[in-house]
Ligand binder design. Structure first.
Ligand SMILES: NC(=O)c1ccc[n+]([C@@H]2O[C@H](COP(=O)([O-])OP(=O)(O)OC[C@H]3O[C@@H](n4cnc5c(N)ncnc54)[C@H](O)[C@@H]3O)[C@@H](O)[C@H]2O)c1
Length: 382
């Protein structure tokens, strides 16, 4: 029997509950507790009660009497470091949702867990567990494509006002009590795809790199503290350019789209047009790796398998996820968030929900992606 404690029961925590109930029949699982101070707001509150699942206000409360083989942390970003540590101190392994944490204090704290605790900690970047990505990374490391010239990714995803109002931390930099959150388009919804380029640049299967930022423009149109639009270009020590463009104040859902240019091949993916990763070599021959989004729950089943088979290797631990967290700190420290010009911002209905949109931003993001350029300054105010 694998005992699980889950932190967070609405939002993505609710998605975990559904998966554990509906798709984990191959495992003997006992949800030993759900930790959520606002559990009564969860769409699954009644089901949790019907199933007699013990409910707790804090991880400390759970561990007073409870035990778990795996703690799943799907709570807000600012709780990831402390809840992961409480779980490890009490002998659990951890699957912590992305981003691993926010801010230098928590980054340093989590970097120390490896030497301090026995349990494993994996981070929930689902693409890093996908066979398509892992097979591609194996080929990159084996030198099949030659030297990497550039990796670039575009994600244009409209997000409604309900998304930014779903909790008290969306789009925030810090909590009222001063805890770092750094929630943004690049640290939340599209974090996966920026992390993915760092992950694919890693020198081993579970390593990721932290590239040096060369240029960056951060924009905001929604009524939030942090940015909802980013273009950033960076470079690894090996000279590979890593470019990322992502935006929420757009009208049309596009991406993730990526292009990885190597000496001997170009590797592409387009979520809307070609749901598989394809490498095209100089001689025209092709290799397909499949759809990286087809196996989103492998992150959980691989952790369950690791508990049953401790010799298994896992791909995305704290160290793998820290470059992304450090990159977020650098964006915050080095680049101002500039508001889009007021006369270009309007509210429109996208899929029956009000979305703040910047006129022409869909096309601007596409052009920026094509040229790996920054969001033009004339679109932004001070
Ligand atoms: N991997 C993915 O694709 C994916 C998708 C969505 C969200 N996430 C991640 O999951 C995490 C949660 O995001 P969300 O959008 O569900 O947030 P949310 O704010 O919608 O939900 C958070 C849940 O945690 C609960 N909560 C608040 N304080 C808590 C505490 N101290 N302890 C335990 N629970 C607490 C809330 O009541 C709520 O149930 C974030 O890190 C986010 O980035 C990952």
């Amino acid at each position: 029997m694998i005992k699980i404690v889950l932190a967070g029961s609405s939002g993505y925590g609710g998605v975990y509950l559904r998966f554990l109930w509906d798709h984990c029949q191959d495992y003997e699982i006992d949800i030993a507790g759900v930790v959520d101070p606002y559990v009564e707001k969860s769409p699954y509150y009644q089901t949790l009660q019907e199933k007699n699942i013990p409910l707790f206000n804090s991880m400390e409360d759970f561990y007073q009497t409870g035990k778990a083989d795996l703690a799943i942390i799907a709570s807000p970003i600012q709780f990831h470091a402390s809840q992961t540590e409480i779980a490890l101190m009490n002998g659990s392994n951890v699957l912590c949702e992305k981003p691993v944490c926010a801010g230098m204090e928590d980054i340093e704290r989590m970097a120390g867990f490896k030497d301090k605790y026995k349990g494993f900690v994996e981070v929930g970047y689902q693409w890093s567990y996908a066979e398509a990505i892992l097979d591609l990374k194996k080929d990159i490391l084996a030198g099949v494509f030659g030297k990497a010239e550039y990796f670039k990714t575009l994600v244009s995803w409209p997000r409604s006002h309900a998304y930014f109002n779903r909790n008290n931390w969306a789009g925030k930099i810090k909590t009222q009590s001063g805890q770092t959150i750094l929630d943004s388009v690049a640290n939340n919804a599209t974090a996966h795809y920026l992390h993915n380029m760092f992950f694919l640049s890693g020198k081993t299967m579970s390593e990721a790199v932290l590239p040096q930022i060369e240029d960056c423009v951060l924009g905001v149109a929604n009524d939030i503290e942090n940015f909802d639009t980013v273009t950033v270009r960076s470079k690894t020590n090996d000279g590979t350019v890593i470019y990322f463009a992502a935006a929420h104040p757009v009208a049309v859902n596009k991406g993730p789209v990526f292009e990885l240019k190597f000496e001997k091949a170009t590797v592409t993916y387009h979520a809307q047009e070609q749901q598989e990763i394809i490498a095209v070599f100089g001689d025209g021959s092709q290799r397909s790796y499949g759809d990286p989004s087809a196996t989103d729950w492998r992150k959980l089943t691989m952790c369950l398998d690791k508990i049953l088979h401790p010799e298994n290797e896992l791909p995305c631990n704290i160290e793998t996820a820290l470059p992304h967290a450090k990159f977020m700190v650098q964006l915050y420290q080095l680049y101002p968030v500039r508001r889009f010009k007021e006369d270009s911002i309007r509210i429109m209905e996208v899929r029956n929900a009000p979305v703040t949109v910047v006129d022409g931003l869909d096309e601007t993001m596409q052009k920026s992606y094509e040229c790996m350029s920054m969001l033009p300054g004339d679109r932004l105010g001070r």
